[in-house]
Design a protein around this ligand. Structure first.
Ligand code: GLC
Length: 718
């Protein structure tokens, strides 16, 4: 429809119809006239007068079902404004990819483009138009279960992935029926809850919010994300969903977002328990005036918007602007011409969970894995040796992880079966050893027996899918005790042990590392996780992942992250003295650092060269290094560039990631890797919130992780 016609449509709408567009409900009322929602979820029941005017549907899927809902709705709708269908497709629809933290560990944004594109195809043919992804919240606290949904602790890395996910979902044009709209979330700073406890208070200065937490959302906006979802938390004491400074002044006016803002699930009404709204009526007032467009799953707008307009507390113009943003989105997606868009039962059969999609899932899972330790145990040789495979993830445990909606755990490839087919000349002995959180004498005995008969042991250990994701915060981030006991028992046999971890967060590995000669971080690897792990264990694929988030030495260090400040009493500068910033009982440093990951081959970094040691506003500096594969296998290395601003108006991080290159080299091959440093990369948020770079000196670090050695120094002259 011509956009000019949208204004005519808006002019025809009654106030009730306008407010209906601002409410998202579930699909039940359109599938079952006699549906009812009883018990604690009874508040979900959609007021009958809202049914013919609601604007969008949460969580419906399937071509048949979404078409039915659309048909029933359009039958009831006076102006025939089609419904939008939205859902959480976070790391795949039915073909499930590694959790986003794993995709981030690939340090290859193309994996996000590829997985988002495939997710979009499977989602679109199921009749869904919008996915509530990417989640780009910066995270520094692995106690928080939702770190699994993010791409980690660094804003620069998160920016690259945010842009890539949006590009993958939305493609170049909605004329591609398989493109879907993305919704970046959760705005803002949801990843910084106190204590790592979900939904808890977020407390930070506006300067830190701007310095560390906004740029990935901005990257998604610049990539064209159609929606932004508000976060459950407060920002400077005001819940995001009712925070006009955050949503209007910052998001819309300053960051330039022109699309639709949708509340998180029930977040409008949650302003009551937050204590900033006395009742639903006041919650509606705050959210409307904050320019939150869509209320998800509660009905305060429907009940009170008219009262606020009649009382002059909400300008109807503001409602019209929200409705127009929603009508424009529906129009962009072509829903007025084709309200079903790509919903097709035939395409569902042909395209969902296709071999091609699963092949991509395999490749991305392999690329997401991080080799944390390898004292010459891996890769496993197919040389007739006997391998014992022990642990809950050997077979039958959910490898898909949280937020894997239509994915079916039982369809995932089995590590046991995959390892057996990869090691044909030897023997693979299997024993469960332990479930996720409990074991039995019998399981333990079987495991000890299998290990005692083996030449090498593979332990497949980890968290259950429910132990991470939303509302899954843990105060203790070690492996469940029964699995730690199993590993320790097996280690007493003195056999070489490689431990594979399936988890949704960085873990405290103090009950794993001392008993493992090798450690492979597999995250929740998705549909092809079993085969992917087997391919990496046997060397068919050389691991190339790097940590997108630090693994703490202990939960007591949290938050521990690479781009920390130096403090006035840095431990390194006060080696002996007591009075330094250090613990009495643990180091300041993580067990495994941001950007760290090993390979089955080895790489040599030449001396780093800088094209100049003076940068000006229009003269850049080229930083170069020659990387050589000094091993005997093809391998990929992620060359990382960090800088340090030695003196700022405010304290500056010890290191900041400013570039990375993933390079594949054959054995013996060398390649020059270069980065261009420019003044814009030195910009930071000053005390007065202005963003600019200062003249001064900067150190450069180039290497294989955030532990990269000092490589050079330059000055910015202004
Ligand atoms: C949930 C999550 C959000 C999700 C939404 C819809 O509570 O916080 O990420 O998109 O509700 O399911």
């Amino acid at each position: 429809m011509e956009e000019s016609k949208l204004q005519d449509l808006l002019n025809e709408m009654t106030l009730e119809e306008k407010v209906g567009q601002l409410t998202q409900v579930f699909g039940q009322p359109y599938l079952d006239d006699n549906y009812e929602v009883t018990g604690p979820m009874s508040f979900l029941a959609v007021p009958s007068e809202l049914v013919p005017v609601a604007g969008s549907i949460l969580g419906a899927s399937g071509a048949e079902s979404t078409r039915k809902i659309q048909d029933v709705y359009l039958e009831k709708s006076r102006l025939k404004i089609p419904l939008l269908f939205m859902a959480d497709v976070i790391h795949g629809y039915k073909t499930i990819f590694p959790i986003p933290l794993g995709i981030g560990a690939s340090w290859n944004p193309d994996t996000a483009v590829k997985t988002a594109k495939i997710s979009a195809v499977e989602t679109a043919v199921s009749g869904i138009h919008v996915t509530f992804s990417p989640m780009v919240d910066l995270v520094r606290d692995p106690r928080w279960g939702r770190v699994m949904e993010s791409t980690g602790e660094d804003k620069f890395l998160n920016e690259q992935f945010a842009e890539a996910f949006v590009r993958g979902y939305q493609g170049d044009s909605y004329s591609d029926p398989y493109a879907i709209a993305s919704c970046v979330k959760h705005f803002a700073a949801y990843g910084a809850p106190e204590g790592g406890r979900d939904y808890n208070t977020v407390n930070m200065s506006e300067r830190q919010l701007r310095e560390d937490y906004l740029s990935a959302y901005q990257a998604a906006i610049d990539a064209g994300t159609e929606l932004v979802m508000t976060s459950f938390n407060v920002v400077d004491g005001i819940p995001s969903t009712g925070n006009r400074w955050l949503l209007k002044d910052l998001l819309r006016d300053e960051m330039g977002f022109e699309g639709v803002v949708i509340s998180d699930w029930g977040a409008v009404k949650e302003m009551i328990p937050h204590g900033v709204a006395a009742d639903e009526k006041e919650a509606a007032l705050k959210a409307l005036n904050a320019t939150n467009d869509i209320e998800m799953m509660t009905f305060t707008y429907h009940r009170y918007a008219k009262d606020h307009i009649d009382a002059g507390h909400v300008d109807e113009k503001l409602i019209d602007e929200s409705v127009m943003r929603i009508l424009k989105l529906k129009n962009k997606l072509g829903l007025f011409e084709n309200p079903y868009r790509a919903a097709s039962q035939d395409d569902e059969k042909d395209l969902i969970f296709s071999d091609a999609h699963r092949q991509t899932a395999l490749e991305v899972a392999e690329e997401s894995m991080v080799l944390l330790k390898n004292d010459s145990v891996l890769p496993l040789e197919d040389n007739g040796q006997t391998v014992a495979l022990i642990g809950p993830f050997a077979e039958g445990e959910d490898m898909l992880g949280a937020w894997s909606w239509k994915g079916e755990a039982e369809t995932a490839s089995s590590l046991h079966a995959s390892l057996k087919s990869a090691l044909t000349s030897g023997n693979v002995l299997y024993a469960k050893g332990s479930a996720i959180t409990e074991t039995t004498e019998e399981w333990m005995e079987e495991a000890v027996k299998a290990a005692s008969e083996a030449d090498v042991v593979i332990m497949a250990l980890g968290e259950s899918a429910e132990m991470s994701g939303e509302a899954a915060s843990r105060s203790d981030i070690t492996l469940p005790q029964s699995q730690a006991d199993l590993l320790k028992k097996i280690a007493e046999l003195g056999k070489p042990i490689a431990t594979v971890l399936f988890n949704g967060r960085p873990l405290d590995l103090n009950t794993v590392e001392p008993y493992s000669d090798a450690i492979l971080e597999a995250w929740f690897p998705g549909t092809e996780g079993g085969e992917a792990v087997a391919n990496v264990l046997t060397g068919k694929t050389n691991p190339s992942g790097k940590l997108p988030m630090s693994f703490p030495e202990s939960v007591g260090q949290i938050p521990v992250y690479y781009n920390h400040y130096n403090t006035g009493r840095p431990a390194e500068e006060r080696e002996e003295g007591r009075y330094a910033s250090r613990y009495l009982d643990v180091s300041n440093y993580p067990k495994y650092a941001f950007g760290y990951g090993l390979s089955y081959t080895s790489f040599d970094y030449s001396k780093v060269t800088l094209s100049n040691d003076i940068m000006t506003s229009d003269e850049t500096i080229e930083v170069s290094v020659t990387l050589t594969n000094t091993g005997n296998r093809v391998g990929q290395e992620v060359v990382q560039l960090y800088i340090r601003d030695l003196v700022g108006e405010v304290v500056r991080p010890m290191k900041e990631l400013k570039g990375f290159r993933k390079v594949q080299l054959n054995p013996g091959e060398s390649k020059k890797v270069s980065f261009t440093l420019s003044e814009d990369m030195l910009i930071y948020v000053h005390q007065d919130l202005t963003e600019k770079a200062d003249a001064g000196e900067f150190d450069v670090f180039v290497g294989a992780s955030s532990l990269a050695e000092h490589s050079g120094r330059f000055s910015l002259k202004k």
